[in-house]
Ligand binder design. Sequence first.
Ligand code: ZN
Length: 193
Amino acid sequence: MMHVVRQHTGWIEVICGSMFSGKTEELIRRLRRAVIARQKVEIFKPSIDKRYSEAEIVSHDQQKIKSRTIDKAEDILKYALEAQVVGIDEAQFFDESLVKVCQTLANMGKRVIVAGLDQDFRGKPFEPIPQLLAVAEYITKTHAICVICGNPANHTYRKSKQKDKVVVGAADIYEARCRNCFIPPDQEEENNE
Ligand code: ZN
Protein backbone atom coordinates (compact mmCIF):
# COMPACT_ATOMS: atom_id res chain seq x y z
CA MET A 1 0.00 0.00 0.00
CA MET A 2 1.28 3.42 -0.94
CA HIS A 3 0.72 6.14 1.55
CA VAL A 4 1.10 9.81 0.73
CA VAL A 5 2.11 11.48 3.96
CA ARG A 6 1.63 15.19 3.76
CA GLN A 7 4.41 16.84 5.69
CA HIS A 8 3.08 19.63 7.82
CA THR A 9 4.88 22.64 6.47
CA GLY A 10 4.56 26.37 6.86
CA TRP A 11 5.17 29.14 4.36
CA ILE A 12 5.20 32.90 3.84
CA GLU A 13 2.85 34.80 1.52
CA VAL A 14 3.44 38.50 0.80
CA ILE A 15 0.78 40.82 -0.60
CA CYS A 16 2.41 44.10 -1.64
CA GLY A 17 1.79 47.13 -3.81
CA SER A 18 1.01 50.83 -3.62
CA MET A 19 -1.61 52.45 -1.44
CA PHE A 20 -5.22 51.95 -2.63
CA SER A 21 -4.23 48.73 -4.42
CA GLY A 22 -6.40 46.50 -2.20
CA LYS A 23 -3.65 44.84 -0.12
CA THR A 24 -5.69 44.85 3.07
CA GLU A 25 -8.82 43.68 1.22
CA GLU A 26 -6.85 40.73 -0.16
CA LEU A 27 -5.36 39.98 3.29
CA ILE A 28 -8.83 40.03 4.86
CA ARG A 29 -10.19 37.81 2.08
CA ARG A 30 -7.52 35.15 2.69
CA LEU A 31 -7.88 35.31 6.47
CA ARG A 32 -11.67 34.99 6.23
CA ARG A 33 -11.29 31.83 4.14
CA ALA A 34 -9.09 30.39 6.89
CA VAL A 35 -11.60 31.34 9.60
CA ILE A 36 -14.40 29.68 7.62
CA ALA A 37 -12.26 26.52 7.49
CA ARG A 38 -12.06 26.72 11.31
CA GLN A 39 -8.32 27.30 11.30
CA LYS A 40 -6.91 29.18 14.25
CA VAL A 41 -6.04 32.66 13.02
CA GLU A 42 -4.13 35.50 14.73
CA ILE A 43 -3.89 38.92 13.11
CA PHE A 44 -1.47 41.73 13.92
CA LYS A 45 -0.86 45.32 12.98
CA PRO A 46 1.70 47.88 14.17
CA SER A 47 0.64 50.43 16.77
CA ILE A 48 1.76 53.25 14.45
CA ASP A 49 -1.25 52.69 12.21
CA LYS A 50 -4.21 54.10 14.14
CA ARG A 51 -6.10 55.42 11.13
CA TYR A 52 -9.22 53.30 11.41
CA SER A 53 -9.50 51.11 14.48
CA GLU A 54 -7.55 49.98 17.52
CA ALA A 55 -8.56 46.33 17.50
CA GLU A 56 -9.44 45.62 13.89
CA ILE A 57 -7.82 45.60 10.50
CA VAL A 58 -9.98 47.76 8.27
CA SER A 59 -9.51 48.16 4.53
CA HIS A 60 -10.17 51.45 2.75
CA ASP A 61 -13.55 50.04 1.73
CA GLN A 62 -14.45 49.41 5.38
CA GLN A 63 -14.12 45.63 5.44
CA LYS A 64 -12.85 44.62 8.85
CA ILE A 65 -11.46 41.71 10.86
CA LYS A 66 -10.37 41.56 14.50
CA SER A 67 -6.66 42.16 15.08
CA ARG A 68 -4.10 42.75 17.81
CA THR A 69 -2.11 45.99 17.83
CA ILE A 70 1.55 45.52 18.77
CA ASP A 71 4.60 47.77 19.21
CA LYS A 72 7.31 45.54 17.76
CA ALA A 73 7.55 42.49 15.50
CA GLU A 74 8.89 40.20 18.26
CA ASP A 75 5.56 40.56 20.09
CA ILE A 76 3.96 38.46 17.34
CA LEU A 77 5.83 35.39 18.62
CA LYS A 78 4.23 35.83 22.06
CA TYR A 79 0.67 35.75 20.74
CA ALA A 80 0.91 33.52 17.66
CA LEU A 81 2.17 30.26 19.19
CA GLU A 82 -1.24 28.53 18.97
CA ALA A 83 -2.18 29.94 15.56
CA GLN A 84 -2.21 27.96 12.32
CA VAL A 85 -2.50 31.11 10.23
CA VAL A 86 -0.82 34.43 11.09
CA GLY A 87 -1.86 37.64 9.32
CA ILE A 88 0.23 40.84 9.48
CA ASP A 89 -0.97 44.13 8.00
CA GLU A 90 0.97 47.36 7.31
CA ALA A 91 4.18 45.37 7.62
CA GLN A 92 6.32 48.25 6.31
CA PHE A 93 5.96 49.91 9.72
CA PHE A 94 7.87 47.09 11.45
CA ASP A 95 11.67 46.94 11.46
CA GLU A 96 13.88 44.23 9.88
CA SER A 97 13.27 41.88 12.80
CA LEU A 98 9.93 41.10 11.13
CA VAL A 99 11.78 38.95 8.58
CA LYS A 100 13.21 36.70 11.30
CA VAL A 101 9.84 36.55 13.07
CA CYS A 102 8.06 35.45 9.86
CA GLN A 103 10.75 32.84 9.16
CA THR A 104 10.42 31.48 12.71
CA LEU A 105 6.62 31.22 12.36
CA ALA A 106 6.83 29.52 8.95
CA ASN A 107 9.48 27.11 10.27
CA MET A 108 7.04 26.20 13.05
CA GLY A 109 4.61 25.06 10.34
CA LYS A 110 2.39 28.13 10.22
CA ARG A 111 0.97 29.91 7.19
CA VAL A 112 2.16 33.52 7.43
CA ILE A 113 0.38 36.15 5.31
CA VAL A 114 2.01 39.59 5.25
CA ALA A 115 0.59 42.72 3.59
CA GLY A 116 2.52 45.94 3.16
CA LEU A 117 3.78 48.77 0.98
CA ASP A 118 6.73 47.74 -1.19
CA GLN A 119 7.80 51.34 -1.99
CA ASP A 120 7.78 54.57 -0.03
CA PHE A 121 6.55 57.94 -1.35
CA ARG A 122 9.93 58.53 -3.03
CA GLY A 123 9.55 55.31 -5.03
CA LYS A 124 12.30 53.60 -2.99
CA PRO A 125 11.97 50.00 -1.71
CA PHE A 126 10.32 50.11 1.72
CA GLU A 127 12.11 47.75 4.15
CA PRO A 128 11.44 45.20 5.45
CA ILE A 129 9.11 44.22 2.56
CA PRO A 130 11.92 43.66 -0.01
CA GLN A 131 13.69 41.27 2.41
CA LEU A 132 10.43 39.42 2.98
CA LEU A 133 9.87 39.07 -0.78
CA ALA A 134 13.22 37.31 -1.02
CA VAL A 135 12.30 34.61 1.49
CA ALA A 136 8.56 34.29 0.75
CA GLU A 137 7.10 31.25 -1.03
CA TYR A 138 4.28 33.26 -2.63
CA ILE A 139 4.15 36.89 -3.74
CA THR A 140 1.13 38.86 -4.92
CA LYS A 141 1.58 42.36 -6.34
CA THR A 142 -1.61 44.35 -6.17
CA HIS A 143 -2.17 47.44 -8.34
CA ALA A 144 -4.22 50.54 -7.87
CA ILE A 145 -5.48 52.71 -10.73
CA CYS A 146 -3.56 55.88 -11.54
CA VAL A 147 -5.68 58.91 -10.62
CA ILE A 148 -4.12 60.91 -13.46
CA CYS A 149 -4.39 58.59 -16.46
CA GLY A 150 -6.18 55.39 -15.44
CA ASN A 151 -3.27 52.98 -16.05
CA PRO A 152 -2.35 50.36 -13.44
CA ALA A 153 -0.60 52.23 -10.61
CA ASN A 154 2.49 50.86 -8.87
CA HIS A 155 3.49 54.03 -6.96
CA THR A 156 2.23 55.99 -3.99
CA TYR A 157 2.43 59.75 -4.59
CA ARG A 158 2.41 62.08 -1.57
CA LYS A 159 0.45 65.23 -2.25
CA SER A 160 1.78 67.07 0.81
CA LYS A 161 5.38 68.29 1.04
CA GLN A 162 6.32 66.53 4.31
CA LYS A 163 9.76 64.92 4.06
CA ASP A 164 9.48 62.19 6.74
CA LYS A 165 9.50 58.65 5.40
CA VAL A 166 6.46 57.74 7.50
CA VAL A 167 3.46 60.06 7.42
CA VAL A 168 0.33 58.07 8.18
CA GLY A 169 -2.62 59.11 6.08
CA ALA A 170 -5.05 58.07 3.38
CA ALA A 171 -6.59 59.81 0.38
CA ASP A 172 -6.08 63.18 2.09
CA ILE A 173 -2.29 62.90 1.65
CA TYR A 174 -1.66 60.13 -0.88
CA GLU A 175 -2.77 59.03 -4.31
CA ALA A 176 -1.92 56.11 -6.59
CA ARG A 177 0.07 56.87 -9.73
CA CYS A 178 1.54 54.86 -12.59
CA ARG A 179 5.18 54.90 -13.69
CA ASN A 180 4.56 57.76 -16.15
CA CYS A 181 2.63 60.01 -13.81
CA PHE A 182 4.69 59.38 -10.65
CA ILE A 183 7.22 62.14 -9.95
CA PRO A 184 9.68 61.43 -7.11
CA PRO A 185 9.74 64.38 -4.66
CA ASP A 186 13.40 65.25 -5.38
CA GLN A 187 12.69 65.66 -9.11
CA GLU A 188 9.63 67.74 -8.38
CA GLU A 189 11.77 70.17 -6.39
CA GLU A 190 14.25 70.48 -9.26
CA ASN A 191 11.41 71.37 -11.63
CA ASN A 192 10.24 74.10 -9.28
CA GLU A 193 13.65 75.75 -9.11
ZN1 ZN B 1 -0.72 57.54 -14.85
